[in-house]
Design a protein around this ligand. Structure first.
Ligand code: SF4
Ligand code: FE
Length: 498
């Protein structure tokens, strides 16, 4: 069973979720100003709507989609899949399919996977830590999970420390807070200090699950800490990151935004002496298990990208195909070939996400873990493919992607007719529709949407080199050598004199 059960389960709607975020009084800032109510903020609001889509899909009239977005929990209750512990390889496959659907639906990062991946990584690792060291973490984790499932909560997965001097280990930094650490321990709580960077969906989360950022060594016990706290906890400060084109949400009509409905946001999350009850602590000084936790969380999130980025890729392919239609070049053989190339690249990502899920195996905790080698290959592809897809989409759309006049120029009687006349594409397609599709491609490859589709594909869930380290570690190179030796007739015994 997943959590402890015993609490009544709810399957919230997107509106329930949005209501649950109101009036929380988070200490949050954007462009130097306090964000009074993230839900109503023009820059943060689209991001919260993306998360809301993960709730609404659980109520879809389409039983197939509903089945993807929900999962069975103990006692025959139904929970949102984003709070579910994977119980089979099929569950892992459903995760990828769900993420593709939501990526296509929102054209954005829907933010709820990070916490989901943290729940699953912790479920497996706390079980293993307890089995080895007799610690009490797994039962705490299950009680926390039961709470998340019963309330249908969004968790933020906080792993990436700010890291300061990359050449210095956590304890050797000039400022010891550049990796989040325990600064005080009592019998019933700990106090932590530090900051986590690039926190996806920070202002739309109910809970923050903190994990260490790297495998730690003896002597670094204060940094080997994992726990969960409500986003409203005292001492938390959220500083929202800028995104290219974000001011369009403040100053421009929806048409100039490309995708005005959905978006994503990230924040620098500062922990200024935050008190964490011991009941919410899932790792405290056991350095040997920090690497396992990091590897599993990263593995799950590297799997995730095989679904969500393919879903956003679907939107980009569709936009590029529409642009070609509206430009009147859809019949050209090189245009068709470029679209085929985009499809091939996008399905490569998806195939990797599916493959590492199909090869998932049960762990001692009963939860399933993806194949780590294939998950890392998945993410390595994701660090490259969206950039090539973006190049192809811009190629197909033409230069207008970067020089298009504003929707306000359509509204201005002095320029409106000129824009409509001179930016016309094929007959039968409104100039305004051609402009909209160009804006969407601009948004996904140069604007706010590009933050999630490009640099996040590069650095999210670990930068490319992090995957190469795991790939090097996970691949059975000695087995490959043995196979080669056998076929080449290489014997281990040298001839005399050889
Ligand atoms: Fe989910 Fe993708 Fe966003 Fe990560 S980047 S939270 S996997 S949608
Ligand atoms: Fe991410």
């Amino acid at each position: 069973m997943d959590g402890d059960g015993g609490t009544s389960m709810v399957l919230r709607t997107g509106n329930d979720y949005i209501d649950s975020l109101r009036g929380r009084g988070l200490t949050a800032y954007y462009r130097g100003e306090r964000v009074a109510e993230p839900v109503d903020h023009p820059v943060i609001g689209p991001s919260i709507r993306s998360v809301a889509a993960t709730y609404d899909l659980a109520h879809s009239p389409d039983p197939g989609l509903r089945g993807l977005a929900t999962a069975g929990a103990p006692g025959g209750v139904t929970i949102n899949r984003f709070t579910h512990i994977h119980r089979s390889a099929e569950d892992l496959v459903r995760k990828i399919k769900l993420q593709r659907v939501l990526g296509r639906l929102t054209g954005a990062c829907f933010q709820r996977c990070v916490g989901w991946d943290a729940l699953n990584a912790l479920y497996i690792t706390t079980h293993e830590t307890d089995a080895t060291l007799g610690t009490p973490y797994h039962e705490r984790m299950r009680r926390f999970l039961a709470h998340v499932q019963a309330e249908d909560l969004v968790c933020q997965g906080a792993m990436t420390d700010v890291k300061g001097d990359r050449g210095a280990r956590p304890g050797r930094q000039e400022d010891p807070d550049l990796y989040l650490r325990v600064v005080r321990r009592t019998a019933d709580h700990i106090v932590v200090k530090g900051a986590k960077a690039h926190q996806t969906g920070a202002l739309g989360s109910h809970e923050i699950i903190v994990m260490p950022t790297l495998a730690l060594e003896p002597g670094e016990e204060d940094y080997a800490v994992s726990f969960a706290i409500p986003s409203t906890a005292k001492g938390l400060v959220f500083i929202v990151g800028r995104q290219s084109g974000d001011l369009r949400c403040l100053y421009d009509p929806p048409m100039d935004q490309g995708n005005a409905r959905f978006g994503g946001h990230e924040a620098l999350t500062v922990f200024d002496n935050v008190e964490v009850p011991m009941e919410r602590v899932f790792l405290l000084g056991e350095v040997a298990f920090s690497g396992k936790l990091v590897e599993r969380f990263a593995g799950f999130h590297r799997q995730s990208y095989g679904g969500c980025k393919a879903g956003v890729g679907d939107v980009l392919i569709g936009a590029a195909a529409l642009a070609a239609d509206y430009n009147g070049v859809a019949g050209a053989s090189h245009v068709r070939d470029k679209l085929v190339e985009m499809i091939h690249l996008n399905e490569t990502i998806y195939s990797c996400g599916l493959a590492c899920s199909h090869e998932g195996r049960e762990t001692a905790s009963g939860a399933y873990l993806i194949d780590l080698l294939l998950a890392n290959v998945c993410k390595q592809n994701v660090t490259r493919i969206p950039y090539e897809m973006a190049r192809l989409a811009q190629d197909l759309a033409g230069g207008l992607v970067s020089t298009l006049p504003s929707a306000r120029d359509l509204d201005n009687p002095e320029t409106g007719e000129l824009v409509l006349k001179y930016l016309k594409g094929v007959p039968g397609v409104a100039t305004e529709d051609r402009m909209r599709v160009m804006r969407l491609i601009e948004h996904l490859t140069l604007g706010r949407g590009a933050v999630g589709y490009l640099p996040e594909s590069l650095h999210g869930a670990g930068s490319p080199q992090a995957q190469r380290l795991v790939i090097g570690r996970q691949a059975p190179l000695e087995e490959y050598k043995r196979a080669a030796r056998e076929l080449a007739g290489i014997s281990s015994r040298p001839r005399s004199g050889g």
